[in-house]
Design a protein around this ligand. Structure first.
Ligand code: CUA
Length: 325
């Protein structure tokens, strides 16, 4: 029996860690939220225990043993005074962190614009004094620095959420919302859409990589460069097929004639941790599956499936895209 209880407790607690856990904070804002959660949990446990004790007491006590005055004190005290005091304290404690969380990041901080699309994430890094650097479905951040996200959506309401780093923020068509996150340790985390936005809402995730300052700066500088030309024969064929099959109408690969803006920027797609907004690993096989079975993998996605292509063409496209590091 004791073994069962221990196993149950361990199973429950193991849910508190991991790449997408709000209770395993890796950022200043998430730390505040986790602390709030635990104090609210402790507060509600104390209230619950108090109610249970009173319930047992009332069942075991005979009504005649109460004077009218004592009964009135019990009702007014336990029914009005205690709940008002406890709920006011918890409410004030819960409201206290909000102003700091909604404040903008200090001047000079890195800004990142993210747009929720169907069903992926359009990302633009906006380093001070430089041109915007496009990316998609992956966010990299320098550790220990506040970063200000500018969030929007062209279609429906999405919600931007990286649980280990902070709270969620809605992405609302026609409006810009702001969220500041300050990662406190390096690592790889997972973000997700937290607002139902259509058929593939649950297939709209992204990787979050928190790096040391210098590592991040080197990565960002590489992302700002155009794509390198492919060297291998298969990949060179893939580059031709990319333009010949109209992929370039929707996707940009900087440094080539592909300049579409409907879908994700693919200039460095091969360097990302995952494919198709967090649902596939980033390898040639996954690229082939995505190109040929787009709608089986992500229902109602805007990209058409290219299952009509001969397998050797799909393989060449996959080799080209995977090589865009
Ligand atoms: Cu986007 Cu749910």
């Amino acid at each position: 029996m004791r073994g069962c209880v221990a196993l149950f407790t361990l199973t429950i607690l193991s849910g508190c860690t991991g790449v997408q856990s709000a209770l395993d904070p890796a950022g200043r804002e998430a730390g505040t939220i986790a602390r709030l959660f635990w104090w609210m949990t402790i507060g509600s446990m104390i209230v619950w225990l108090g109610v249970i004790v009173l319930l047992i007491y009332s069942v075991r006590t005979r009504a005649e043993s109460f004077t009218r005055r004592k009964a009135r004190i019990m009702i007014v005290g336990g029914g009005v005074v205690v709940p008002v005091v406890v709920l006011t304290v918890l409410l004030l404690y819960g409201l206290a962190p909000i102003p700091a969380m909604l404040a903008p990041a200090p001047p000079g901080s890195l800004k990142i614009a993210v747009s929720g699309e169907q069903w992926w994430w359009r990302v633009h890094y906006l380093p001070p004094g430089q041109a915007p650097i496009p990316s998609a479905n992956e966010i990299r951040l320098p550790v220990g620095e506040p970063v200000e996200f500018h969030l929007e959506s062209p279609d429906v309401i999405h919600s931007f959420w990286i649980p280990p780093l902070g709270g969620k923020m809605d992405m609302i068509p026609g409006r810009k919302t702001r969220l500041v996150l300050t990662p406190s340790r390096t690592g790889v985390f997972r973000g997700a859409c937290a607002e139902y936005c259509g058929a593939s809402h649950a297939l709209m995730a992204f990787s979050v990589v928190v790096q040391q300052r210098e590592e991040f700066a080197a990565w960002l500088s590489h992302q700002s460069q155009p794509a390198e030309s492919p060297q291998e024969l298969l990949a060179i064929q893939g580059a031709h097929l990319f333009l010949a099959n109209g992929c370039s109408a929707c996707h940009t690969i900087r440094g080539t004639a592909a300049a579409g803006v409907v879908g994700p920027d693919l200039t460095h797609v091969g360097s990302r941790l995952s494919l198709a907004a967090g649902i596939l690993p980033n390898d040639p096989n996954a690229f082939e599956r995505w190109i040929g079975q787009t709608h089986d993998l992500k229902p109602e996605v805007l990209m058409p499936a290219f299952h009509m292509l001969p397998p050797e063409d799909t393989r060449a496209l996959a080799a080209y895209l995977e090589g865009l590091k």
